[in-house]
Write a new protein. Structure first.
Length: 655
């Protein structure tokens, strides 16, 4: 099925579009003119190429040489500054340089340096009496030079302003004065709208909020009877890939109304006022086709705070935002146009855009729970043949934190892996490989030396083992020393279930787990290694958040401190006033150091007291290169360690 055009109709062939045909004719004629001009230039240049230019001094020598001067057949004066010389029997010239310059045709040119040289005039008169031919020619290049200097720049400017500049300024195409200021919003007719709420897996709360919008678009008189008015604007807020655009299309599909879609960046153009003109045209078109849905994706591109940030605001962006604000105020109660907008940065939006009467209803589209992930996986695997050993529920439970886009990518990667291996169905092992590629990156073709491999194994086992030695810590799903992405080894660490509340103990366990690799390096090799740089960054950031944001320091108490949390290019101030003293800043640094030192010492002591288990797991990891959680638990159990059963130990992991 072909894609609908901007007005909802099917795209037509180029032969049926008079605008395209006329533009193509103009472009063709322009091309022929360019080709003709190039041919003229080649013609004139070829005439020049038949003769070489010699020095004026060599020409004078030729004129005054009794023998060589007799070989001059003709001299022609070209304009006022050049002389053309034609020779006869030039192969016998004594001057080898002139013989070479004369070439195959015996011609060369001279730039006239002395027009009133009396000796040269006398000698030329003498030669004329002996039969020298003298003529005067017009300079054929005088007209060409005038054309190049006067006419050609004008032609280039006309072509640039009429054909080239509009294309650079208007990425959506169109003419210079016509389509350039029109809205580039894509329109999808209701007959082409196949997406409904059934196609949106999960997001039950968001669909419930939007159901009222659907009912208003279907029967607005029911609301007007009681004097109720539906919000003019609905803002969908959520992380990237959670399905905001899909949900907006589903609203239009459920209501059976046309759907206009545009990105916020498409309003921003080179000249001030073009974006505002596009906004006016877009809202006018929406009102003429009401009831309809108008969807603005990534509205933070045009709706950021005005007059703030580095260097103030952009005139074009602010004019466009002002026009959006005034257009939304211009809606009448009888105009059934609903404006949906999506963003993942609601904190940078202008407050005037969020006030009642504009985007006053905010719907959060969050990452799905495991039930939502299961429903999304079923949607994205319904056209893929799955093997009997694939347990979608187990995969959904393990993929904590994944969005709908991530799960779609996971299912597609699994299908690609199965295709590469020539399978007829997608198996559990394909999902395992796909999960590794999505979560920790593809394998690197890098061969480690045995010593580097063992050092990586100690580091990764240090991360993993402390999670079994600390109660309540999240145990890793997989430990690997296969180089992937930017790392030489990986601990795939994830909780057994979705959690929304974390306390001080949880974050202390996280710090100990992060410091486990560095502690293992110190324990085995008596020194830290530079490979722990990323671990230190994570741990330092987490400890600083504990102290400055979450009030988890006993010395500082229940306070929060603003420490470089704003970005100046996102509509914030360049430098915020710090709300604490230098003594408090020093105390914050001291508390962050205490958290990190305690975690480092705890990890070192735990690994030191359980060195035998470190060696057992390292030996197994050196042989297999990758160990799953159940395999590590079996190693610990066989070594006499009392393993507390985890929620996933009873069921083998699918991913």
């Amino acid at each position: 099925m072909s894609n609908p055009t901007q007005d909802g109709s099917q795209p037509q062939g180029s032969g049926k579009n008079p605008k395209k045909r006329s533009f193509s004719n103009i472009s063709g004629n322009l091309g022929w003119l360019v080709i003709l001009f190039l041919l003229l230039v080649l013609l004139f240049s070829s005439s020049v190429g038949n003769s070489s230019t010699v020095l004026y001094s060599d020409f004078v020598k030729l004129m005054f040489d009794e023998e060589d001067s007799k070989k001059i057949r003709k001299i022609a004066f070209i304009g006022t500054d050049r002389i053309s010389v034609e020779l006869k029997d030039w192969e016998n010239l004594k001057d080898e340089k002139l013989k070479e310059k004369a070439g195959l045709r015996g011609k060369f040119t001279v730039n006239r340096a002395k027009l009133d040289d009396p000796g040269l005039v006398t000698q030329m008169d003498k030669l004329i009496r002996n039969g020298l031919l003298v003529d005067q020619q017009e300079d054929n290049f005088a007209g060409l030079s005038w054309f190049i200097m006067m006419i050609l720049p004008a032609i280039i400017l006309i072509v640039f302003f009429l054909f080239i500049l509009p294309k650079f300024r208007d990425p959506m195409g169109g003419g210079f004065l016509g389509n350039y200021i029109k809205s580039p919003a894509k329109k999808y007719e209701k007959s082409k709208m196949k997406v409904t709420f059934e196609d949106v897996a999960g997001l039950q709360n968001a669909k419930g909020e939007l159901q009222e919008i659907v009912e208003f678009l279907k029967s607005p008189e029911k609301f007007m009877k009681l004097g109720a008015s539906i919000p003019k604007g609905v803002l969908l807020v959520g992380p990237p890939g959670t399905g905001k655009t899909l949900l907006a299309r589903a609203v239009a599909g459920e209501a059976g109304v046309p759907y206009y879609s545009i990105s916020g960046s498409e309003f921003i153009q080179m000249f001030v006022g073009v974006g505002a003109s596009r906004v006016r045209d877009m809202f006018k078109t929406a009102k003429d086709n009401s009831p309809c849905i108008l969807f603005i994706d990534e509205i933070d591109a045009v709706g950021r705070m005005r007059g703030a940030g580095v260097g103030g605001g952009s005139d074009e962006r602010e004019q466009t935002l002002n026009q959006i604000l005034s257009e939304m105020d211009g809606f009448q109660p009888t105009e059934t146009v609903i404006v949906l907008a999506a963003t993942n940065r609601p904190d940078v939006l202008d407050s005037a855009l969020l006030r009642p009467g504009r985007f006053d209803r905010h719907i959060t589209i969050d990452r799905p729970t495991w039930q939502g992930r299961l429903a999304i996986l079923k949607v994205h695997t319904r056209n893929k043949p799955l093997s009997d050993d694939v347990n979608l529920e187990m995969i959904a439970r393990k993929m904590i934190g994944m969005t709908g886009a991530d799960l779609r990518n996971l299912a597609n990667e699994a299908a690609l892996v199965a295709t590469r291996l020539g399978k007829d169905k997608v198996e559990r092992s394909d999902f395992e490989v796909a999960a590794d590629r999505v979560l920790i990156g593809p394998k690197r073709e890098e061969v480690l030396t045995p010593e580097d491999k063992r050092r990586t194994a100690y580091h990764e086992v240090g991360h993993a083992l402390v999670t079994w030695l600390m109660p309540g810590a999240d145990r890793p799903q997989k430990v690997s020393i296969v180089p992937r992405g930017q790392s030489l080894g990986v601990n795939l660490n994830a909780p057994d279930e979705d959690r929304f509340h974390h306390g001080l103990d949880h974050f202390k366990n996280q710090l100990v787990m992060i410091m486990g690799g560095r502690a293992a390096d110190r324990l085995v090799y008596n020194q830290p290694y530079a490979g722990a740089e990323s671990d230190l960054k994570r741990a330092t950031r987490l400890a600083r958040m504990m102290v400055t944001h979450w009030g988890m320091s006993e010395k500082l108490g229940p306070m929060t401190f603003k420490v470089g949390e704003e970005h100046v290019f996102l509509g914030k101030e360049m430098q915020e006033a710090r709300d604490f003293s230098e003594q408090t800043a020093a105390l914050i640094d001291s508390e962050v150091q205490n958290f990190l030192r305690q975690a480092d010492e705890t990890a070192f002591n735990l690994l030191s007291d359980n060195r035998v288990y470190v060696e057992k797991i390292v030996e197994e990891l050196m042989g297999k290169e990758e160990l799953l959680r159940d395999e590590i638990e079996d190693i610990l159990r066989q070594s006499g360690f009392n393993v507390t059963p985890s929620k996933s130990s009873a069921n083998p992991t699918d991913v």
